[in-house]
Design a protein around this ligand. Structure first.
Ligand code: CO
Length: 212
């Protein structure tokens, strides 16, 4: 495992290498960021967004939390979302989960983990909504992985239920919302769901009708 001093040394080497490859690399990024994507991912160290999509600094605006949740009272997530959609005008918002997610696994148990129970509670709700489908699966791994997929789908719906997304759909006809799941085993991402300006929500009660 790398010590912090080593991280700083590696950073210097990286910066030098970038300039050697492309002398204007940092100059171009100093004054403006124009990413097309907002990424909402799990904090898991094994799922680094830029690396697994071969993207560069400046290409993806990123928010990460335990189990890639879109919680409608989370000011942090909502602030990132509002800035990405209204100021950066991203074209796509990606919710990317991953198989074997510890947060989802923890939410499937009846164990109390302290403070994080409050966060995992949101995943337990997703389990309850899809209980029949999940419990019909024969193995624990299959049940966990299905909940991981359903959770991503649910978080995409949660995004669509925000006035931020609905307003942008009305005004700009984007962003498109995508639910993906990354496999730790082979590094490949599986697309699960997509929503866009013409998609229907869970229920019409979530549709705001006075957005300008
Ligand atoms: Co995770």
């Amino acid at each position: 495992m790398k010590q912090v001093e080593e991280l700083l040394l590696e950073n210097k080497a990286w910066a030098k290498e970038k300039v050697m490859e492309d002398p204007q690399f940092f100059e171009r990024l100093v004054n403006i960021q124009r990413p097309d994507f907002l990424w909402i991912g799990c904090s898991d160290s094994r799922v680094p967004p830029n690396e697994i999509t071969q993207t560069q600094p400046g290409e993806i605006f990123i928010h990460r939390n335990v189990a890639n949740m879109v919680v409608h009272t989370d000011l942090n997530l909502l602030s990132v979302l509002q800035y990405a959609v209204e100021v950066l005008e991203v074209k796509h918002v990606i919710v990317c989960g991953h198989y074997g997610c510890g947060g989802v696994k923890a939410a499937m148990t009846r164990h109390s983990f302290g403070l994080i129970n409050k966060w995992l509670r949101n995943i337990k709700d997703v389990y309850r909504f899809h209980q029949e489908e999940i419990e019909a699966l024969p193995t624990e791994d299959e049940r966990v992985n299905r909940l991981i997929e359903l959770n991503v789908k649910e978080q995409v719906l949660n995004l669509a239920e925000t006035s931020i997304i609905q307003k942008s759909w009305k005004k700009r006809n984007y962003p498109y919302l995508h639910g993906w799941v990354y496999a730790l085993q082979d590094g490949v991402i599986k697309p699960i769901s997509t929503l866009g300006p013409n998609s229907t929500l869970h229920h019409p009660i979530y549709q705001y009708d006075n957005l300008d």
